[in-house]
Design a protein around this ligand. Sequence first.
Ligand SMILES: Nc1nc2c(c(=O)[nH]1)N[C@H]1C(S)=C(S)[C@@H](COP(=O)(O)O)O[C@H]1N2
Ligand SMILES: [Mo]
Length: 428
Amino acid sequence: MIVRSQRPMDLEMPLDGFLTEWTPVERFFTRSHDYEAKVDLSSWHLEVGGTVARPQKLTFETIQKMPKVDMPAVLECAGNGRAFHEPSMPGIQWEYGAVGNARWAGVRLAEVLKLAGVQEKSVEVVFDGADVPVGTMPEFQRSIPIGKAMDPDTILAYEMNGEPLSTLHGFPLRLIVPGWAGDCWVKWLTRIDVLRAPFEGFFMKTAYRHPGHAVKPGSAVDPALMEPVTRLNPKSVIATPLDGTETEVGKPLVVKGVAWTGGDSRINAVDLTFNGGMTWVQPQPGPYANQYAWRSWQYTHTPEEEGYLRIGVRATDGAGFVQPYVPAWNPSGYLWNVVHMIGVNVVKQRTAVSSKAPEAKRRGESPAIYRSNCIGCHEDDVITQQRLSRGQWEKEVEKMGRWGSKFKPTDKDAIVDYLANEFPYKKR
Ligand SMILES: Nc1nc2c(c(=O)[nH]1)N[C@H]1C(S)=C(S)[C@@H](COP(=O)(O)O)O[C@H]1N2
Ligand SMILES: [Mo]
């Protein structure tokens, strides 16, 4: 796994994870804003309240006795692909692997809400987990509209790939919102509240919002003018070959990957090009568990002459959405789904591959004000992956001041200077 942050744990799946239909738990990406919650089942309950006729306090046993539903579905972080946006923005610099395909199982959220009796005029349902915010960060609470909550495909899962949920993935119970981005899939559930007005918490009103239409790259947009991220868009990834590799004339080249989409839609077509989009072929589709799962595809191409293959894959869904060639830039870099294009050199005879890893840039000793104020709640790793302008670093430092870093106001400029010099904006 690619470690994006050790503490809290943010792990990314490498490209070869797209070679299997189901993503094993140990290969499944993880994203946690807080340190993971360690729940003791003997004292755990799920409380259901808000605008309901009969508030509930359910034990794990009660939930397990309700009708069990299987729900294969892709879980993808809204920020997957953020690293590719230009200009860059702060946040975990995910490339392709903040996504996985699993078989979830549990109970319908609608069944649980029926037990409680949702009152008329309810508009949303908000979910809270047992994780405790880091520092003075806001609580991770997220809401979904009542219609999505009552959708028979929205479930409270206690199993992933036939096993009880692991700690990292939300033991003992998490929300599954098939077709919608991962930020709604609240882990370590403890409370569900039905609401008569939209939920106003930080993770609904400030975070996980996008303009819903194109904005000029780099522009600031007021969160009030943005809408919550909901459905995933069509996306496909080439798992093999890898970008920048070589293949030989006359040798069959197997190209493999997966495609998925979101909302109520399903993948309608997957097209593959070997010449940067001039002509397209249709790969062989693999098994497809349901509309929410990813679908593998594969194609064998035997190059007849030397040259450079520009291999790209493009998925189309039933709602008529096609993967774009240019990203829809948005301030937090959500929902990247640009056509995945790689380059493979076709040669007569492959050259020996040098296994020498590129030398990492040596960093000088960091100043004490940085070590004492910026490393504590989290490690250095979430900082070193960023590439931000001075203005962006200044905003990040101010946010960290609000979220629990106790730097002296007089040290702020020196911290910003260090970050802006050491991790400046640069093109990838
Ligand atoms: N309680 C809680 N639930 C959460 C989160 C969190 O930080 N706390 N992260 C969310 C985000 S942003 C994503 S993408 C998914 C990631 O789920 P995973 O770690 O099982 O892959 O969980 C969601 N559920
Ligand atoms: Mo996410």
